[in-house]
Unconditional design. Sequence first.
Length: 102
Amino acid sequence: MAATIRKSGLDIFQTFNEVGLAVKRSTGGSQQPWVSSSPIDGNFYFVAPGPAAETPAVAGTDNAAQAWAATRDTTSLAVMDTFIQQYGDSIYGRSPAHAAMN
């Protein structure tokens, strides 16, 4: 879990979400980390993303895909709300999980 903070290109929300999911999985669900967030102006990374190998066909698709992969199994409304705030306009923003939450 400590290695997550050293992963290049994960923004702060993705980092906290990955750590939370790892804790949940490693404890068999007995620990459910709680996330509280406030808006952050701009992007914050513990380790900045490296240069992109190629430009994605749709701007933000790669980030949205990574964020969705880290978020899709959450049961936290705060985590899901954060995802929707950041990536609600992406192809992942209107997923079946999101539709079920409304």
